[in-house]
Design a protein around this ligand. Sequence first.
Ligand code: SAM
Length: 203
Amino acid sequence: MRAEDWDERYAERQQWSAEPNAQVAALLADLPPGDAVDLAAGEGRHALWLAGLGWHVTAVDFSDVGLARGRAQPGADRVSWVTADVTTWSAEPASLDLVLVAYLHLAEADTTALFTRAVGWLRPGGRLLVLGHDVENLTAGVGGPQEPGILHSVDRLAPVEALLDVDRLEQIRRQTPAGTALDTLLWGRRPEEMPSSGGSVSA
Ligand SMILES: C[S@@+](CC[C@H](N)C(=O)[O-])C[C@H]1O[C@@H](n2cnc3c(N)ncnc32)[C@H](O)[C@@H]1O
């Protein structure tokens, strides 16, 4: 979907819960606050929640209408809101403690390129959290985009896994009012020393 399509969606009504995703909250709630980027932040539910925990958060999304919903929330002045295409936007190398990417679905090559760059924005020990719809959700789950080429899987995230010390890379279940949805979770840390094949992450 293009930015204009997302703008139209967000103009109609609030799209997502104001609460953080339960898996995101469980993994991040007890981390010491630092510098974070929420990529494809949408209405900013995660950015706002992190800012409330003391994080310095930049929320990036190409839908200015989506971000405007976040900017209208209490505590929004604690978040930096950036309207940009995440495929071209960049943070400074080694400047972040956390990159969060929840339910962003791009073509596989764009996904790998973005997440590879995102690892380069992390300080050593900094965390990458990716959560999104799993490709098996099409046949064994509910909701989410229906184009197989843009969905995640453990196999599709393997090139990013190779750049990280990975705590979790797995398919997980999420209960929704419509039934069980299948997500892919990647949760890892930038190593102290990057793998030699990972030279491109510094960009
Ligand atoms: C399903 S929403 C998820 C929003 C948010 N991460 C959340 O979990 O509430 C997907 C978001 O990705 C954004 N998006 C999609 N492609 C993008 C791109 N290339 N650059 C920036 N944002 C993008 C859309 O505007 C939309 O807000």
